[in-house]
Design a protein around this ligand. Structure first.
Ligand code: SF4
Length: 298
């Protein structure tokens, strides 16, 4: 699919979805059936459809199976240490506010080891997309219990079943201050692409909890139960721009595990809150003109 876009120095050019596939293509080493393929595919489809060229995008990943994402995506990339994708992504965005920054990691990486960064990046509403590959376990290190593993989940680290209640990432994100919050799933590629597009186009911290099945280490997870799109279903009627209604919706539905369905879709969208970049420009700590104009002026 060919689309028209403007590159970093304002020149119009055509862009093809295939440009996001590396020329020397490393074959993904994810296991067959892994949900991570769904994230990669959604990004490759979404980026050109919102007019982004590879040289306009930075993808920052942490450690885990999800951390391989930027090896298979031909954008600028930074594979950083465990749980630290967000501080690196924040620094890059502040250095070059025109860069489209996408941070990614797993539930262990982002909600556990990097949980502190998650809270404060949401609180400050940094302008980026954060995709959390949520398979409810640590996949790369062979299936240990993660912050989103359901109570009772058995693993090598919790052989009798986890006694811990799982983290509620959507509610945490809302309370911390994220201005776009959605949940989607690798098994629902059309919805996933649309949500990734919205997240990229959103000004502010866009948190996408992306349910990714791990057929190797988590065979009984909710990633295998049917998904319901909250925007498509007549059973759910709430205003995504209303914080109280979004909070109530999350409280009622976020934790539904293996009870028939899992809900996906947009949970909260705040178009009015200024992003951290906008706040910095307003107080004069970031220049208004694009970086390209500063360096490519004649
Ligand atoms: Fe995917 Fe699980 Fe295999 Fe990792 S271990 S590549 S998460 S299926």
């Amino acid at each position: 699919m060919i689309m028209s876009a403007f590159n970093a120095i304002g020149e119009e050019r055509e862009i093809d979805r295939d440009e996001f596939t590396p020329g020397v293509e490393p074959q993904p080493t994810w296991c067959p059936g892994c949900g991570d393929f769904g994230v990669l595919k959604s990004l490759k489809q979404a980026l050109p459809e919102v007019g982004k060229t590879p040289e306009e995008v930075l993808t920052v990943t942490g450690i885990g199976c999800s951390g391989k994402l930027n090896s298979y995506l031909d954008t600028y990339g930074f594979h950083t240490i465990h749980g630290r994708s967000l501080p690196v992504a924040r620094a890059a965005k502040l250095a070059n506010p025109e860069l489209e920054v996408i941070a990614a990691g797993g539930d262990g990486d982002g909600y556990g080891i990097g949980g502190n960064h998650f809270i404060h990046t949401a609180r400050e509403n940094h302008d980026m997309t954060y995709i959390v590959f949520n398979n409810e376990i640590f996949g790369l290190t062979k299936g240990q219990t993660s912050p989103t593993s359901p109570k009772g989940h058995k693993s090598k680290t919790q052989p009798s079943g986890s006694a811990k209640s799982p983290l509620r990432p959507l509610s945490l994100s809302l309370n911390a201050g994220a201005s776009y919050i959605a949940r989607t799933a690798a098994v629902n590629p059309n919805q996933a692409k649309e949500i990734i597009k919205e997240a990229i186009e959103h000004d502010g911290f866009a948190h996408v909890d992306f349910l990714t099945q791990c057929p190797t280490w988590n065979k009984d997870a909710r990633q295998y139960v049917p998904y319901v799109d909250v925007q498509e279903s007549d059973d759910y009627d709430f205003d995504v721009s209303d914080r109280a209604e979004a909070a109530e919706m999350m409280r009622e539905t976020e934790d539904v595990l293996n009870e028939g369905t899992v809900l996906t879709g947009r949970y909260y969208v705040d178009e009015d809150r200024p992003s951290y970049t906008q706040e910095k420009k307003a107080v004069g700590e970031l220049p208004e003109e694009p970086l390209a104009e500063r360096y490519f002026d004649d």
